[in-house]
Design a protein around this ligand. Sequence first.
Ligand code: UD1
Ligand code: CA
Length: 516
Amino acid sequence: MSDLRPAAVIVLAAGEGTRMKSKTPKVLHTIGGRTLVAHAISAARGTEPTYLEVVIRHQRDRVAAHVEQVDPEAIVIDQDEIPGTGRAVECALSALPDDLAGTVLVTYGDVPLLTAAVLRGLLADHARTQSAVTLITATLDDPTGYGRVLRDADGGVAEVIEQKDATDEQRAIHEVNSGIYAFDVAVLREALTQVGTDNAQGEKYLTDVVGIARARGLRVTPYLVDDLWQTEGVNDKVQLARLGAELNRRIVEQVMRDGAIVIDPATTWIDAGVSVGRDTVLQPNTQLLGATSIGAECVIGPDTTLEDTEVADGASVIRTQAQLAEIGPGATVGPFSFLRPGTKLGAKGKIGGFVETKNADIGPEAKVPHLTYCGDATIGEGANIGAGTIFANFDGLTKSHTEVGPWSFVGSDSVIVAPRTIGAGSYVAAGSAVVSDVGPGQLAVTRARQRNIDGWVARRRAGTRTEKAAQAAAAADAEEALSTEAGAVLEGDRLEAGRPGGSEPPPPPAEETREA
Ligand code: UD1
Ligand code: CA
């Protein structure tokens, strides 16, 4: 392979893409979580070129900034006002060393499904046939719009004629130029000096290099690619969606070949670069986006979107929206959970239904099972956060942090006003508003003591159904008391030994009776 490495790959991305009807430059539209030009750069990089150039013009600052971010080593080339693919390549070559030798590949920034493997095949064929030019061609049912490939008697390429310059006879040819080529750099450089703009579009056509090379008796070889998706470009938003769906189909298929189980490939969307471990089950309507990675033997979905999220082996994440989160081995999340950036869930931890987390480091075996907002918090190993607990992290001006120690227990419906520390092994009684720190081993209770006022309903809600219900209950109690008395008379001492349950309320919990 190493001797096949190209001297340069030139990615053409200067076109305006008017048919996209978009404020966004065409090559910055995304499929599979990456821009079109990022896909093109990734394929180009896969051939390990000495130089990688991207030619731009339309909205150059936006495109240049993006290219720089995607691949800082790529060289951004500005095309001048002379239009055409030939001019674009000429501009790119002028930035390379004069004595550069070897092969130059030309690809397009708007052809996102092209793979490095096809480019390597092109390079290998180019070397094997000792051609001056090798171009990827494809046979299309409808070749409208493409440059047609005119073959010569020995099967080589004689010429490429653009649709607009072609005769009816030439337009009947179904083999088209994909626009992806391997050139001998010296031949390319020389030929481009001879390319004019005398054609239907007044552009400097790269395709003219083919005829010029042939006229010099050099070999021009077609490299026919059967997989038409590899050479299809995006010109409008219909094609964007079409290629996006096909890219997804390919990614999902690869994930299954690598060992994941995908219940419904049609509703499973996976970005390029996401990894999914073996025997993990992806349920319908699952989206795995960005830099997400999923371990082995997990269950993800249904109805789950994970972005830039890491899920360790054996975790289950159901009906969940997560971004920049880390989910530990064997942990469970969902249903209906919202994990915002900075959420970390430890091994075998739990984030349950209707829980929102943000900047929350939840320790191993810790549980936040129901109806909670947990923001800016560190929760120790094995701690239990009761239903409806709110971490009040924002006072209107600043965000503050809460720490809950290991194996502590926060009772339901508590609000913890940050900054706050709840010590290791401590309790917060249900319904508390915690405004001062709790030490290890302490119980915090902040609610008022309960008073039960006898006869209140009879006095204040007389005649209501509530009062009737109370009366009925009182009558039933009285009757039961009577029959119990009667039974006691009949059964004597036996009742004293084992009092039947329900006739007396259980003792109140400790914090009810012994609060400070
Ligand atoms: C070109 C080919 C045609 C081929 C077709 C495949 C020429 C003259 N024709 O057609 O044979 O069948 O591609 O899609 O090359 N670009 C620049 N600078 C320019 C013009 C274009 O960088 O001045 C870039 C575009 O951004 C795009 C690519 O080159 O990525 C192709 O341009 P486009 O206008 O789509 O191709 P055509 O000229 O129609
Ligand atoms: Ca095109």
